[in-house]
Design a protein around this ligand. Structure first.
Ligand SMILES: [Zn+2]
Length: 238
């Protein structure tokens, strides 16, 4: 058999996770623009900070990774910091929101497949958290709902997923997360009751109206539903 050669990719990326490995190495999980989720070994990253400059979460990086077909773990060749987000990293609330967003992303992003919609969503959120115009928790909740949609798991909150009947605007709705949305009473109902106001807030947030989740309890509800939806789709946060 021929020795398999590595393919070098260069991509913008976000650092999702870093775990110490051996004496001086680090295994990083990156969400890259070009190849989606990629795990890579950064040799000597703990011994020398120079080679992998700015290998930190929350800042946009430019990385080079050698990948060998059939192997999950690549080799990080270089990294450099392209867009620092110092506003984000100086706010605890923004850091919390960004950390939760990156955990959701890690759970939904497939390995070695470019996902332009997911890339656009996470970049948009991290840039917004760098200079927040809304409550970070609201931004996180709205991001989560859009992330579900981008992953193909969007919640149907306007009509019954079984019979298609529209849920009247002023009505409460019953949500079945495994089914992916509302299930009307005629179709058997569902365990999670959403008030009309909660439902409207979630729908508007999913359409990009971040301030629809200005109430902390609505932002928390959105975050909880996103976490649970990701779990029921079988790839819970790692
Ligand atoms: Zn129905």
């Amino acid at each position: 058999m021929r020795r398999s050669r590595a393919t070098r990719i260069a991509s913008r990326a976000e650092l999702v996770r870093r775990v110490a490995f051996g004496e001086s190495d680090v295994i990083v999980t990156l969400f890259t623009e070009q190849m989606g989720s990629v795990a890579a070994l950064a040799r000597g990253a703990r011994a020398s900070r120079k080679r992998f400059a700015g290998l930190e979460p929350m800042h946009q990086l430019e990385v080079e990774i050698d990948l060998v077909a059939g192997r999950d773990l690549g080799a990080l060749v270089s990294s450099r910091l392209v867009r620092p987000r110092l506003g984000l990293t100086s706010s605890l609330a923004c850091l919390d929101a960004a950390g939760a967003a990156l955990r959701w992303l890690a759970a939904v992003a497939p390995a070695h497949v470019a996902e332009p919609a997911l890339w656009a969503e996470i970049e948009g959120l991290l840039d917004e958290l760098d200079a927040p115009a809304s409550a970070p928790a609201a931004m996180l909740g709205a991001f989560g709902l859009r992330l579900l949609a981008a992953a193909g798991w969007g919640l149907e909150l306007a009509q019954c997923v079984r019979c298609g009947r529209a849920c009247p605007e002023r009505s409460a709705g019953r949500l079945d997360l495994p089914a992916g949305g509302l299930v009307c009473r005629t179709c058997g109902g569902a365990p999670v009751l959403l008030t009309a106001r909660e439902r409207r807030a979630l729908v508007e947030a999913g359409h990009g109206v971040v301030d629809a989740l200005a109430r902390p309890e609505d932002a928390a509800l959105a975050a909880r539903l996103v976490t649970e939806a990701i779990e029921v789709h079988g790839r819970g946060p790692r």
